[in-house]
Design a protein around this ligand. Structure first.
Ligand code: IFM
Length: 445
């Protein structure tokens, strides 16, 4: 089916179009007095990351940020979603690094000078090694250290940022990293998982409390959602698909909006939860100003009687896939935007804070043609527009990512950018998707 052409005028006035990045994935952690993080050690351990690549240089955004902000502006974008690295701002997890905080100060001023709204994220995964040594998210004390970090950076930037998200994708922080072992710290331990699933939310709540105390407006959190379907009509497959929906899609939003966790998930995690976790739920469930939704794909699930709880396995679907192997399923974005507003947040503003695809893009004669990404982008924008028509209060859409960058355990191999980056020369080349988006967002029609 052809993708309908869309422009900014198909969306409500004031709708924010942006692109997103994250500190460790683009900045270069070797620069500016940044301290070591658990990603530096995770990537240095054989077998964790493709070619053991790390974020030491990444896209060298630490030095090339003015040109990168120019690219955002030239694409007619309204906002930029970026993150402020904890290990850059507090290299030992406690003391502020003035060089680090000055960098973000310049960056935010640079956005404002170009008419870009700064959408800040506080935790996009670079836990300072000094805190990782003490147990990271398995340790309750880390939540208090995170509130300290949140306060320190907000005292400096808070007067100029458009919004602050406490945490990016708590499911990845907790489950992917402590149960599946795919991201740092690379654990496969149900007790550490249960603790991380709760502590990352407690850290969010303590940071919200601290920032509200400073009078900071526009606080939110960014959750990721994965469309879950049973592979067959078999009731056992339906039950595990629902359980997966609980682990991935309901755990965090239920805690934030209802101060509860899904009971089916507690059946497995309950015995491993921190003592008296119930007492933290009012802090976790404080009122927010907006919700961020990251959406990429769907999964089909089947019951696996041979595996311990949660006793499920993925079953490959038949839809076209991205370079990550993720099925392309724009209907899933419409599903979550309408479901979240209907069942959880009502009229609270929702932003699509990430949506995008990896593709094996090739630079040929100085250009990159990524028509497949153009289709992906416009079909997900169309799904967003339909969700708005169906009542979801969606206020913005950020493409992931501005630049090809460090895709965590996949190293530099998977390219998500609107802009191609040559990782030898660091030359940036806008792809055809970048130009298509810039045309769609022109303000002069
Ligand atoms: O690159 C990541 C990003 O850091 C968090 N959301 C998903 C992206 C693609 O995997």
């Amino acid at each position: 089916m052809p993708i309908p052409p869309l422009s900014r005028f198909d969306f409500p006035p004031g709708f924010v179009f942006g692109a997103a990045t994250a500190a460790y994935q683009i900045e270069g952690s070797a620069f500016g007095g940044c301290g070591p993080s658990h990603w530096d050690t995770f990537s240095a351990t054989p077998g964790n990351v493709v070619r053991a690549e790390n974020g030491a240089r990444a896209c060298d955004h630490y030095h090339q940020w003015p040109a990168d902000l120019d690219l955002l502006q030239a694409a007619n974008l309204d906002g930029y979603r970026f993150s402020t690295s904890w290990s850059r701002v507090m290299p030992d997890g406690v003391k502020v690094n003035p060089e680090g905080i000055d960098f973000y100060d310049r960056l935010v001023d640079g956005m404002l000078a170009r008419g870009l709204k700064p959408f800040q994220t506080l935790y996009h995964w670079e836990m300072p090694s000094a805190l990782a040594d003490k147990g990271g998210w398995a340790n309750r004390d880390t939540c208090h250290r995170f509130a300290d970090f949140s306060e320190a950076i907000t005292r400096r930037l808070g007067d100029r940022v458009a919004s602050i998200a406490t945490v990016n994708e708590p499911w990845c922080v907790a489950w992917l990293s402590h149960f599946m072992g795919i991201h740092a710290p690379g654990l496969r331990d149900i007790r550490a998982t249960a603790r991380a699933m709760h502590h990352i939310l407690l850290a969010h709540g303590l940071a919200v409390e601290r920032l509200r105390g400073l009078g900071q407006p526009n606080l939110g959190i960014v959750l990721n959602f994965d469309h879950a379907s049973p592979a067959t009509n078999n009731p056992k497959d339906q039950a595990v698909s629902d359980l997966w929906d609980g682990i991935f899609n309901r755990w965090f939003i239920e805690a934030i909006t209802r101060q509860t966790y899904p009971s089916a998930v507690l059946d497995g995690l309950g015995p491993h939860m921190p003592e008296n976790w119930q007492d933290d739920m009012p802090i976790i469930g404080q009122k927010l100003d907006w919700l961020g939704v990251n959406y990429y794909t769907r999964h089909l699930h089947a019951h696996d009687a041979t595996a311990p709880w949660p006793s499920l396995k993925d079953v490959p679907g038949t839809l076209p896939r991205t370079q990550m192997g993720w099925e392309i399923y724009p209907e899933g974005l419409h599903h979550f935007l309408t479901r979240l507003s209907r069942d959880y947040v009502g009229d609270l503003p929702i932003y699509v804070t990430e949506n995008g695809m990896a593709n094996a893009d090739q630079l040929q004669d100085g250009t990159v043609t990524d028509a497949v990404r153009e289709d992906f982008l416009f079909s997900h924008l169309a799904a967003t527009k339909r969700a708005i028509a169906d009542g979801a209060n969606v206020k913005g859409f950020f493409y992931w990512s501005l630049l090809d960058n460090y895709e965590w355990a996949e190293g530099y191999e998977k390219r998500f950018g609107l802009v191609h980056v040559d990782f030898d020369t660091l030359v940036r080349t806008p792809k055809s998707s970048y130009h298509a988006l810039a045309r769609a967002l022109a303000r002069n029609e």
